[in-house]
Write a new protein. Structure first.
Ligand code: SF4
Length: 323
């Protein structure tokens, strides 16, 4: 059984310019212990997916439809109090810019102690012991000394390790990592990625890795969900998605990814992500798609199986066609 099943999720933003349909019928699932990479250009709805799962979408955003089933419970039907109990304990999230998330006036030890007491329910003398164990688990050197460090005394990589330690304190069943390596140097990025993977191997925590970095996703993820303009256009095992991408958007994304030695974001594909207050009719990718034909502007393609355990939302794969 899946740990998480997202079905027809719609999250809209009610802006002065109109209603931005940032997630418009999102479907995907995640098994226990699986790492799924949510990839796509900036503005595709990746982060909003993470916030929606945790029901932390801020106004003017609102979840307007769909289901998010986690361990058999529909999160959209839970009371706010039930949801608050679940956050941090069963589902945790880490963000980019970890130093911004840490209070500059609170030491690492005090921060972790609070998290351990509140989320893991540990008290008394065992709190410090647990804080040290967590710092060792995320491979922070000299953990005794780090307990008394303040955020400004930590490197970006160290601060992210502290955030990961806090996130896994209660042994969550699902960890959502939103661009966890952005702003870190390449060596530290690799260390954080290996750390996330090791945590999964050792604790069985399922993960959603939200990233624009395809190299990172290919290294750590079991499956890839490619997002475009609020929809998942292709989903499947990492190796097959990377070796033979089916959806034209995935093909374009992979063709334009930085080659060895390049740094920075994925170079933009021709055209840009559409304005979601006025998205294209039919297939949202049709204005940028080299294979678009008449029907693409009229009808929205449904996700369909395309072999190798994959699904793609594209008319090119109807009734056994293969592009
Ligand atoms: Fe391109 Fe049409 Fe497929 Fe959309 S449905 S990706 S426009 S071929």
């Amino acid at each position: 059984m899946s740990l998480l099943e997202v079905e027809g999720l719609r999250t809209y933003f009610f802006t002065r310019r109109g209603v931005a349909k940032v997630l418009d019928g999102l479907n995907f699932s995640l098994a226990e212990g699986q790492i799924v990479g949510l990839v796509g250009e900036t503005g595709s709805g990746k982060s909003v997916t993470g916030f929606s799962i945790l029901r932390l979408v801020q106004r003017p955003g609102k979840i307007v439809g769909g289901q998010i089933r986690f361990a058999g419970r529909d999160l959209l039907k839970l009371s706010e109090a039930e949801m608050a109990r679940l956050r941090g304990r069963d589902i945790a999230m880490i963000f980019q810019n970890p130093r911004m998330a840490l209070n500059p006036l609170i030491s690492v030890g005090r921060f972790l102690s609070h998290v351990i007491r509140y989320r893991a329910g540990i008290s008394g003398g065992r709190v410090r012991e647990e804080a040290l164990r967590l710092l060792r688990e995320v491979q922070i050197p000299d953990p005794e000394r780090r307990l008394s460090s303040y955020p400004h005394q930590l490197s970006g990589g160290m601060a992210q390790r502290v955030m990961i330690a806090a996130a896994v304190a209660a042994r969550p069943r699902l960890l959502i990592a939103d661009e966890p390596t952005t702003g870190l140097d390449v060596t530290v990025q690799a260390q954080i990625v290996r750390l996330l993977k090791r945590l999964r191997d050792e604790t069985g925590t399922a993960q959603i890795l939200i990233t624009h970095d395809l190299g990172l996703a290919s290294e750590v993820c079991d499956a890839i969900a490619v997002m475009y303009a609020g929809e998942i256009v292709e989903f499947g095992p990492t190796a097959s998605v990377f070796q033979s991408p089916k959806h034209p958007y995935t093909q374009g994304l992979l063709a334009s990814r930085p080659k060895l030695g390049d740094t920075g974001e994925i170079p933009a594909l021709p055209g840009s992500v559409p304005d979601l207050t006025n998205p294209p009719t039919g297939c949202r990718f049709h204005p940028r798609c080299p294979y678009a034909f008449d029907r693409c502007a009229r009808e929205r393609p449904a996700p369909r199986p395309v072999g190798d355990g994959r699904v793609a939302a594209c008319f090119l794969y109807e009734e056994g066609d293969d592009a």
